[in-house]
Design a protein around this ligand. Structure first.
Ligand code: FES
Length: 152
């Protein structure tokens, strides 16, 4: 029997009797039914699986459950307060920044992670933060516009 691992997910303490080597993305999607984080490459390269760990963006496909024991994890589902969307989510809607939408979890979580630590990032800083988030539809122009709006 595996000891349970405790962590906070979207503000709620969870005790998970799972193998500590299990990828966090697998735990979030399969065990906690949080499907905001997407499975893209599984190699830490596309950003689709991004979550916030202690407020900083991280790629859940390459982080083990054991590595986040006792830590605070936020997924797309945990953004916003009091039933309101996070301003980053609102900006993405206002700018119609989705085409297929698969990458948007990563884009939104990356921008939120940036804004958590940098109040008014420059365009260059936003571009740099999103540099390794891939969008196969090519809606980078709208995504950047949304990120800039969220940063205002
Ligand atoms: Fe995690 Fe691509 S699925 S970075």
């Amino acid at each position: 029997m595996t000891d349970s691992i405790a962590l906070r997910v979207n503000g709620e303490m969870r005790h998970l009797p799972l193998d500590p080597a299990t990828p966090l993305l697998q735990v979030l999607r399969n065990d906690l039914c949080l499907n905001g984080p997407k499975y893209g490459c599984g190699l830490g390269q596309c950003g689709a699986c991004s979550v916030l760990i202690e407020g900083r963006v991280a790629r859940a496909c390459v982080i083990s459950l054991g590595a986040v024991a006792g830590r605070d994890v936020v997924t797309l589902e945990g953004l916003g307060e009091s039933g309101q969307l996070d301003p980053v989510q609102t900006a993405f809607i206002d700018c119609q920044a989705a085409q297929c939408g698969y990458c948007l979890n990563g884009m939104i979580m990356t921008v939120r992670g940036l804004l958590n630590h940098c109040m008014r990032p420059s365009r260059e800083k936003i571009v740099s933060a999103l540099n390794y988030n891939l969008c196969r539809c090519g809606t980078h122009v709208e995504i950047l516009e949304a990120a800039m709006l969220a940063a205002e």
